[in-house]
Write a protein of this length. Structure first.
Length: 270
């Protein structure tokens, strides 16, 4: 699907694309698509903070950077601590508390970075005057969504998934707990009645995790856009969702018409 998508873009007139990526492994998947778009003649501008782990300049796109109030060492330390937690064992309560603390620290980096981008008047003026055709972004951090709204541009979301099922809610896509297993439950799509109850109850702590992880972006958006904006408002504006899921490795789930699975983009090719 992604090859067909890129082929069609190649047949069209070259466009101008604004890319607002997310650092780390998120960028590794997006980078290949961005490089190919650049090779096909599209003008691609990537906006990223000066301090990153994986986002580096390339001959296939223009890179615009902005300053942030943290160092490379600060970023590396927090990411290592967060990933270390992912492999720890313990009770559900212990893991929940550690997840809360880890996500809060990572969120603070994302919100701080986004705030400095939106306050960079020179860069924002450049983006306003550049007349982009669309925004490609990973909505696990919502800065790209805020810029798409500000610039009145179609938004293409490139993602693996968003915690707490926010992507399902934003697209009004059903995810019945009777057969769509929640993350980290270790359940399959064949569940007993009690397992379905467990699957349903597993959504409850997600409400608290996502409230503090995403609400700061709602406040940022409301202040920057000078209008009340919710997280769902920002997510709902997407024209297309490019979902890095592969049903060979995952359980079946409903999809909406503007959700396109592109799991193959993560596979090595010759």
């Amino acid at each position: 699907v992604v090859v067909l998508f890129l082929s069609l873009l190649g047949l069209a007139a070259a466009g101008k694309l604004l890319v607002v990526p997310v650092d780390g492994s998120h960028w590794l998947s997006m980078r290949e698509v961005v490089d190919i778009l650049g090779q096909r003649g599209h003008e691609v501008v990537v906006v990223a903070p000066e301090v990153t782990m994986r986002i580096k300049p390339s001959k296939n796109f223009v890179m615009k950077m902005f300053s942030v109030p943290y160092t490379q060492e600060d970023l590396k330390k927090e990411f290592q601590a967060f990933f270390h937690f992912s492999f720890e064992q313990g009770s559900f309560l212990e893991r929940f508390v550690k997840a809360y603390q880890g996500i809060k620290r990572i969120t603070n980096f994302g919100v701080s970075s986004c705030g400095h981008l939106l306050q960079n008047k020179e860069l924002i003026r450049y983006l306003e005057e550049s007349k982009f055709d669309a925004v490609l972004t990973d909505p696990v951090l919502l800065c790209g969504a805020i810029l798409a709204k500000h610039l009145s541009l179609p938004a293409v979301y490139f993602l693996r998934g968003i915690p707490c099922g926010l992507d399902f809610d934003a697209t009004q896509c059903p995810r019945p707990p009777s057969y769509v297993p929640r993350g980290f439950t270790q359940l399959t799509d064949y569940m007993t009645f009690l397992q379905r109850v467990k699957n349903l109850l597993h959504d409850i702590p997600d409400i608290f995790l996502c409230d503090f992880a995403f609400e700061p972006y709602s406040k940022l958006a409301s202040e920057f856009l000078q209008q009340d904006m919710t997280v769902q408002d920002l997510l709902h504006q997407a024209s297309v969702w490019l979902l890095r899921s592969e049903f060979v490795l995952e359980y079946p789930r409903p999809l909406m018409p503007n959700i396109i699975p592109i799991g193959g983009v993560n596979c090595a090719h010759k």
